[in-house]
Structure formats: structure tokens, C-alpha cells
Write a protein that binds this ligand. Structure first.
Ligand SMILES: Nc1ncnc2c1ncn2[C@@H]1O[C@H](COP(=O)(O)OP(=O)(O)OP(=O)(O)O)[C@@H](O)[C@H]1O
Ligand SMILES: [Mg+2]
Length: 472
């Protein structure tokens, strides 16, 4: 079997991590790449039929037909090929699995009947599937296309695709159904996992909806990484976490540190309200191209014991396969010191907590837990964090940057406003500053004015300080 290195199929360890790095191109690019792939598959199929029946053919082996070069493509399909595929038969199998969805008529030649036996060719494999009118390929079909019908060695090699450890199966791209195929694996229909299919075809993925049975919601922010204002010490720690997200694959796979390092990363963000914990979690996802999901803890403890566990398990499973960052807000409620159980509700709560702790600990991706207090976190649990990052209230310099950023857009500031003095005089957090901006802008609008006055800002600050029980 020939190596596909020349066409972008190279050592999978050097491929980029699916889900991180550059964000995949959209559906236009996806269609172009897939179209080329289907053209290639059609040529292979034609050649395979010609070679098998001894008809004239331009090549003596389908391996001589060049596969599309995917080295510079960033679509999901190209990345899957780069990351998980090293050999021709794998790529053919994946392309064949996509064909019923992308170009079903491509497989029509396989409906040809064997005139000697007046039945379909067993060599072609294929199966009927529900309402699909076309030919549905099986692993037998893949064997036929790669010329493994008569070459037993090639045929046997193909069976490695049935192994749960095969990269295409481990990454949940090729789906193997437990059907009668247990009798003969070659009869199993070729199927691409629905999630992989939506990534491959749409270029984006369909996200599950938040519901009572799916207690997680995607966190997004219109802000950018540069808008984040942090103490340099905090930034260092955040940069380390970001580096982990970006490079953990290299660390674990290429450097083979996976024997010493567990794949997941758990970080606790703690500190006063409004200091940017939630914002940082959202931005970590935004800059690395990963989705961040916030688990709704109010839905975690439900009256229906078992249900919650099932719902949570679903979130963790989805999170693992889609490489989400999981975010738990107000985590102290969950991970605080276990209190003696009093009511029956608490007992269930503790049962769910135990389940959650286990899943958090085993999760192979990034989990961020946010809390206002550190003292409350169970010691045993604290030891399991890779990092505990304290988000202090911003100092004077950070406050000044926050104020300047806040007023960089929207209505202009009156000449009397001196943000340096405001930053020096009032100890407020980024969250409070965002609220002051809202208040000041609204006051300006209500006045019919166009510039924000010093008084608007000071009044906004007063309100914020009053909320905290402080008086300015
Ligand atoms: N360090 C920061 N840099 C830039 N903006 C910030 C920062 N901290 C807070 N903000 C602003 O305040 C808003 C609220 O902050 P955020 O929700 O991240 O606080 P939090 O630490 O999660 O608070 P809580 O503990 O109450 O959940 C942000 O959306 C952002 O507009
Ligand atoms: Mg928060």
C-alpha cells in the first residue's frame, strides 16, 4: 500500500490538533475540498472496476491516481486526513463512507449485475439502508476499490479499521455499527459519525441546545484577548494555561509525555466578583478556537436522582469528543467542604457531587472552576488542580486601562473628565466599570447629550460602591 505523504497524508503526530489552532474554513472551502475528493474517488472506482475486469485502464494500480493535495487546506476534512490517516486504504474508506451523502450517484456503477450469475457482484459489497435509494458501501466495497478483493494481504490489512484503537475510530470519525456485521466485518455499512459529518460538510459543527436534559450553555464574549486587563502575575498563569490548550497535543503525542502527564488540565479561578474570571474563560476558548460551556449547577441537583447523572454524563461525553472547555461557575457550592447530610436533598446532592468530582478529575480536556472564595475548596480536591489562579481586584494601573478601554468607543468624554484621577480615587473592579459605563452612557442619552460628564461617571461609581456595601 503506498504512502500518501506526497498528497498531504503525513505523520499524524505532526498534524495540527483538531479543534485547536486555526479555525477551520467555512462551508465554501469544505465543498471545494470535498468535491475534489469525490472526483478522485470516482476515478479510483472507475480504475478499480477496469482493473478487476481486465478492461483497458490508464493505471495498473489505483495507488497511482494522485489524491488531492490537502497540505494547505484548513477544512475539517483536510485536518482529519492529515491527523488520522496515513495510508491509502484509510483515505479510500473515509471517502467512500462520505459518498452516499455527498455524491450518491458516484457509486451507481456498483449496481452492475453479474451476468453469469444473474445477481449482484459479491465483490462490490454494499447494502440497502433505509430509504437511501443509492448503493450504500460496506467495508467490502472499500476492499474492492483498493484492490483487496484478490490480494488477501491487503484485505487482511484493511481489518485494522475495525479496531477500536484505529485513529479514525478513536477520533469517532468512522462509525462501526454493531449489526450482524459481527458475523463478517466486511458486511458492515460504512458510516461517518454524525458529528464528524456535520463538521466535514458544513465546516462548522451543530451545537446541542441547552435544555433541562442538557444542562450546559455556551459562553461567548464580544471582547478580544487584548481587552483583558490583568496583573502581570495573573497573566503569566493564564498564558501557561493557554499554552497548554495550544500545545498539549505536542507535549503528549510528539514528545510522548503521556506516560507521565495526565491529559486533562483543571484550573481554579478565584477572587472577588467582577475581576474577569468568566471573561478569561470565554476568551481562552475564543482565542484557541474551542467552545467553552458553562455547566448550570442549579440543574445539577434535581429531584430525579439518576436523571441528573445521566444528563451530566452526556455533557461530559459531548465535551470530550468536541474538545470543549468546561466551565463551572460558583464552584464552591459544589466543591466546598462536604457538610454532614441533614435533609434527603443534601444526600442526593452529595451523590451528584461525588459523580461530578470523578468526571471532572477524569476529564481529558480543560476544566475551569470559578469561585469567589478559595478557603471553601475541599483540600483533597484542591490538590487535583493543575493551577489555582487568584484574580485580585485591579490595582490603580489596571483600573486606568479598564477605564480607558471602557470609554474608547461610544459617546465622547467631556473635557473635565480625568480618568487618571478616577482610577486613583476609586477601587472598583472591571465588572463595576462595565456597569458604570452603562449607567453613564444611559444618563447621557436621557439628557439628550452627546458627551459623558464627570457627574455621570461619579454617580455610576457611587451606585456600584453602594451595591458592595461600601460608601464612596
Ligand atoms: N480583568 C478584566 N479585564 C477586562 N474586563 C474585565 C475584567 N474584569 C472584569 N471585566 C469586565 O467586567 C465584566 C464582568 O466580568 P466577569 O464576569 O468576567 O467577572 P467574574 O470574575 O466572573 O465575576 P463573578 O465572580 O461575579 O462571576 C466583563 O464582561 C468585562 O466587561
Ligand atoms: Mg463569573
Amino acid at each position: 500500500m503506498s504512502e500518501l505523504a506526497a498528497s498531504g497524508v503525513s505523520n499524524r503526530n505532526h498534524g495540527s490538533n483538531i479543534g485547536t489552532g486555526t479555525i477551520p474554513q467555512g462551508s465554501g472551502a469544505a465543498a471545494r475540498v470535498l468535491d475534489a475528493e469525490m472526483n478522485w474517488l470516482a476515478k479510483l472506482l472507475d480504475a478499480a472496476i477496469r482493473l478487476y475486469f481486465g478492461q483497458p485502464c490508464e493505471v495498473d494500480d489505483i495507488a497511482r491516481i494522485d489524491a488531492p493535495d490537502l497540505r494547505d487546506e484548513t477544512t475539517w476534512y483536510a485536518r482529519i486526513v492529515r491527523e488520522h490517516i496515513t495510508e491509502l486504504d484509510e483515505r479510500v474508506t473515509l471517502a467512500l463512507a462520505l459518498a452516499p451523502c455527498l455524491r450518491p450517484q458516484l457509486l451507481d456503477p456498483l449496481f452492475a449485475r453479474n451476468p453469469n450469475l444473474e445477481r449482484a457482484f459479491s465483490e462490490f459489497g454494499g447494502t440497502a439502508r433505509g430509504t437511501h435509494a443509492g448503493f450504500w458501501p460496506t467495508y467490502e466495497t472499500a476492499a474492492f476499490v483498493v484492490g483487496a478483493t484478490t490480494a488477501l494481504e491487503r484485505r487482511i490489512r484493511l481489518t485494522r479499521l475495525a479496531e477500536p484503537d484505529h485513529p479514525l475510530r478513536r477520533a469517532r470519525i468512522l462509525h462501526l455499527e454493531p449489526t450482524e456485521s459481527a458475523v463478517n466485518w466486511f458486511d458492515a455499512p460504512l458510516r461517518v459519525d454524525p458529528l464528524a459529518l456535520s463538521r466535514i460538510t458544513l465546516g462548522v459543527e451543530q451545537r446541542p441546545d441547552y435544555s433541562s436534559t442538557f444542562p450546559a450553555r455556551r459562553l461567548t464574549t464580544p471582547l478580544e484577548w487584548d481587552d483583558l486587563v490583568l496583573h502581570s502575575g495573573v497573566r503569566d498563569e493564564i498564558d501557561e494555561l493557554r499554552a497548554w490548550i495550544e500545545h498539549s497535543r505536542t507535549l503528549l503525542d510528539t514528545w510522548q509525555l503521556d506516560r507521565h502527564i495526565k491529559p486533562g488540565y483543571r484550573s481554579l479561578f478565584y477572587g472577588p466578583p467582577g475581576t474577569g474570571k468568566t471573561l478569561t474563560a470565554s476568551l481562552l476558548g475564543k482565542t484557541t478556537g474551542l467552545d467553552v460551556y458553562r455547566i448550570d449547577l442549579s440543574l445539577v441537583v434535581s429531584k430525579f436522582i439518576g436523571e441528573t447523572e445521566k444528563n451530566l454524563a452526556q455533557v461530559f461525553d459531548e465535551a470530550e469528543r468536541r474538545e470543549w472547555i468546561l466551565f463551572f461557575d460558583e464552584a464552591d457550592a459544589l466543591f466546598g467542604k462536604r457538610t454532614a447530610t441533614s435533609s434527603s436533598n443534601d444526600r442526593y446532592a452529595n451523590q451528584e457531587v461525588a459523580f461530578l468530582l470523578q468526571r471532572v478529575e477524569d476529564f481529558p480536556g480543560v476544566v475551569i472552576l470559578a469561585s469567589n472564595l478559595k478557603g471553601n475548596i475541599d483540600d483533597a480536591f484542591a490538590r487535583r488542580f493543575q493551577s489555582m489562579i487568584y484574580f485580585p481586584a485591579p490595582g490603580q494601573a489596571e483600573r486606568l486601562t479598564l477605564w480607558r478601554n471602557a470609554f474608547s468607543r461610544g459617546p465622547r468624554l467631556a473635557a473635565e473628565v480625568d480618568l487618571e484621577v478616577i482610577a486613583a480615587d476609586y477601587e472598583v473592579t472591571g465588572g463595576a466599570i462595565a456597569n458604570v459605563l452603562r449607567h453613564a452612557a444611559l444618563s447621557t442619552l436621557r439628557r439628550g447629550g452627546e458627551t459623558i460628564l464627570q457627574a455621570d461617571i461619579i454617580e455610576g461609581i457611587r451606585r456600584e460602591l453602594r451595591k458592595d456595601g461600601k460608601t464612596p
